[in-house]
Write a protein that binds this ligand. Structure first.
Ligand SMILES: Cc1cc2nc3c(=O)[nH]c(=O)nc-3n(C[C@H](O)[C@H](O)[C@H](O)COP(=O)(O)OP(=O)(O)OC[C@H]3O[C@@H](n4cnc5c(N)ncnc54)[C@H](O)[C@@H]3O)c2cc1C
Length: 597
């Protein structure tokens, strides 16, 4: 397993030189103190924790996995201790609201810290990771009493949170859920049912676990309109905030699975457990979107994390592993062969990983900044940011995780046969990366959300808002020296718009057309959006080079990677375009029975 080295220079490049971070936070109420110096200092501390504490537990955690018993779930050696250090150092409260003990730092900073921790050890991050969505949900929708009761402990990290949606018969279609919530005389609800696949549902890291659960009340309408949201603690909480008796929620077993083996994936039985309604009855799914949107951005980070880790390992290996000679003559004449990094095909894979990791980082930090504008910007700015986020969130979740999986796969390939062998760690990265395209809404579900709800549902308005922003960037950087990036980007932007119109027209006549186009449409959009961020990085690098700032090799490397992306990766859009415009017939005309032949 490659030992993780936090890419601090790259992170700072995106935050300070590509995105207008300093001005943004100086103008957002409450974030004035989040200066670049302060953020850099926090990021450097986060990097040390990730490199020194979490990274060494990544491979051992995978080997050991979690162990279930009647008493609970034991996480791998070192996990609980690392969590204690995380809490003692105040990390859980970094971007929470001050009212409940939070340090009130921007969400973007929280996302950077999650990238560092998650790249070092994704399984470990799953435990505190779910708490973040739980905190956001209670902050946004909890009653004052619920906030008082749960938030201080969650924010401090003494308690962790979960998201209990999935049941054995339903994951994507939550309208089918069966868990019941019966009103009780004391105003609470008795929650009964079984949830499956609940990450961090049980573990040995915190004093209490706060489950955010969706369930159906008696006489609730069918489908998604009859879903209510509840908070269900593992230990009931007394009025003074101390822990009371054990609630009727237990972990019946944990899953044996392909990857993220050190993250406990739990079957949770709710046997008349005491639960408390959050917000209005039957509005659960709407409120759950607060959790899900937070979790979707969190999952997008997983794609970046695995791409980065696979790249770091691959690069080290490609510089050391000797095989054959360069086609243009020996590059290591004193050795018996050249390092494999001389070979064009190995470079193709390395640059694919690099362009995915670095481009995604810029995309996701920007997305996190939009979240901060939605929270703290003035009304007009917040509305605009919210619209941009609506388009970008499904793209970030699905495209970045698919791309991250590709990058992880290249890691195996670059290591040759050794990539397939456990001790090198590359196969673990690919196994761990696989889940990211599934949970928090599969790629197919994100693609439907993008094309159906966001693009066609808004009559194209949300897309036009996004492409308008791209257009402004192109116009502001119309100088000839940037044309190789901004000129190409402008063409793709226009094509994205006209193609969307065409798909929209077809979908009006036949709704299957939208479904048939959806994943290719999402991937097309992802490549174009990543191109937008690569163009921004290229322009920022070119400006630095022109200004004669030091670090020329760093900026030249960014330019070359941008060029690689524009010339070798972005053209993948052409095949997605052809596929998505080919229509629904080639998918739908075959009768179901004929799939057997
Ligand atoms: C390790 C792990 C951790 C998890 N953690 C959590 C957690 O903490 N909390 C939680 O609640 N859940 C969790 N999940 C559950 C996860 O979110 C679901 O598995 C996921 O949402 C998919 O649901 P499903 O498995 O029921 O698949 P299904 O919904 O049955 O989907 C099966 C396939 O059909 C496709 N499909 C379904 N409907 C459509 C459609 N309309 N159009 C096109 N394609 C469609 C899907 O894309 C998928 O490919 C976890 C799962 C795993 C494996």
């Amino acid at each position: 397993m490659p030992s993780y080295k936090a890419p601090l220079r790259d992170i700072q490049f995106v935050i300070n030189e590509v995105l207008d971070t300093e001005n943004l936070y100086a103008g957002l109420k409450g974030y004035e103190e989040a200066t670049p110096d302060l953020m850099n200092a926090i990021i450097e501390e986060g990097a040390k924790f990730a490199e020194n504490v979490l990274s060494p537990l990544n491979q051992s955690g995978d080997e050991e996995g979690c162990v279930w018993s009647e008493e609970g779930v034991k996480t791998p050696e070192g996990f609980a201790d690392a969590y204690k250090q995380y809490v003692d150092n105040g990390w859980p409260s970094l971007s929470a609201e001050p009212e409940f003990g939070g340090q009130d730092m921007p969400n973007m900073l929280g996302i950077v810290i999650n990238e560092l921790a998650g790249t070092a050890n994704w399984s470990w991050l799953m435990y505190p990771g779910l708490s973040h969505g739980c905190i956001k949900t209670l902050e946004a929708h909890g009653s004052p009493e619920q906030k008082e009761q749960y938030l201080p402990k969650l924010v401090a990290g003494n308690w962790t949170g979960t998201m209990c949606l999935t049941e054995s018969h339903c994951g994507s279609d939550l309208g089918l859920l069966r868990t019941k919530a019966e009103p009780q005389a004391d105003g609470s609800y008795a929650i009964t049912g079984t949830k499956i696949f609940i990450s961090a549902g049980e573990h040995d890291m915190s004093d209490n676990i706060v489950h955010i659960v969706i369930a159906r009340m008696p006489d609730a309408p069918e489908g998604t309109k009859g879903i209510s949201l509840f908070v269900v603690p593992k230990f009931n909480v007394n009025e003074d905030g101390s822990l009371g008796d054990r609630n009727g929620v237990h972990c019946a077993s944990i899953e044996k699975k392909m990857g993220i083996k050190a993250s406990a994936t739990c079957v949770m039985n709710f046997d008349g457990a005491k639960g408390y309604l959050i917000g209005e009855p039957n509005r659960g799914l709407n409120m759950m979107f607060t959790f899900m949107n937070t979790a979707r951005i969190g999952t997008a980070i997983q794609g970046l994390a695995h791409a980065e880790l696979a790249y770091q390992g691959s690069l080290e290996y490609a510089r050391e592993r000797l095989a054959m000679r360069s086609l243009t003559g020996p590059k290591n004449p004193d050795g018996p062969a050249d390092p494999i990094i001389v070979h064009p095909d190995v470079r193709r894979m390395l640059l694919t990983q690099k362009s995915i990791a670095e481009g995604s980082r810029a995309m996701l930090y920007y997305l996190a900044q939009l979240g901060d504008i939605v929270d703290r910007g003035d009304e007009e700015a917040a509305k605009k940011a919210d619209d941009l986020m609506a388009v970008l969130t499904p793209i970030a979740k699905a495209f970045v995780t698919e791309a991250g999986l590709e990058a992880a796969n290249h890691g195996i390939q670059i290591y040759g046969g050794h990539g397939f062998i456990r001790e090198w760690g590359m196969e673990q990265i690919a196994r761990d990366a696989r889940i990211a395209t599934l949970y928090e809404g599969t790629t197919g579900i994100q693609a439907l959300d993008l094309i159906g709800r966001k693009i066609l549902g808004s009559g194209g308005k949300l897309l036009m808002g996004f492409t308008e922003m791209m257009g402004e960037f192109v116009e502001a950087n119309s100088d000839e020296s940037y044309a190789e990036f901004t000129g190409a980007l402008s063409t793709y932007k226009d094509e994205w718009l006209t193609m969307s119109l065409e798909v929209g027209g077809k979908a009006m006549e036949n709704p299957d057309e939208a479904g048939a186009a959806s994943v290719d449409y999402l991937m097309y959009s992802g490549y174009v959006v990543l191109g937008y961020f690569w163009a921004q990085m290229a322009v920022a690098a070119q400006k630095k080079i022109a200004e004669g700032e030091g670090d020329t090799a760093f900026y030249e490397a960014k330019l070359m990677t941008a060029r690689f992306y524009f010339e070798r990766i972005l053209p993948r859009t052409a095949s997605h375009k052809l596929a998505l415009l080919s229509g629904a017939d080639n998918l739908m005309e075959m009768p179901e029975a004929m799939f057997a032949f």
